[in-house]
Design a protein. Structure first.
Length: 67
């Protein structure tokens, strides 16, 4: 009996993400810590951008009301 695979399955199995390392069953603590730090930086930047947008909207609304 022959096993058939779809072409998309073959492509998916052979696809590797950039920076993906060989799976060894061990997790490097330094990799986890660096990912955590990068995620914190992204979250901090998005929070700053959201805060600036909110303050700007309130300021513009206040200026319009005062006219």
């Amino acid at each position: 009996m022959k096993s058939f695979c779809m072409s998309s399955q073959i492509k998916f199995e052979s696809h590797k993400l950039p920076g993906e390392q060989k799976k060894t069953g061990r997790v490097k603590l330094t990799d986890l810590v660096s990912r955590l730090n990068e995620e914190k930086k992204r979250e901090k930047n998005s929070n700053i951008a959201l805060s600036v947008a909110a303050i700007s909207a309130i300021t513009v609304f206040g200026i319009i009301l005062s006219i």
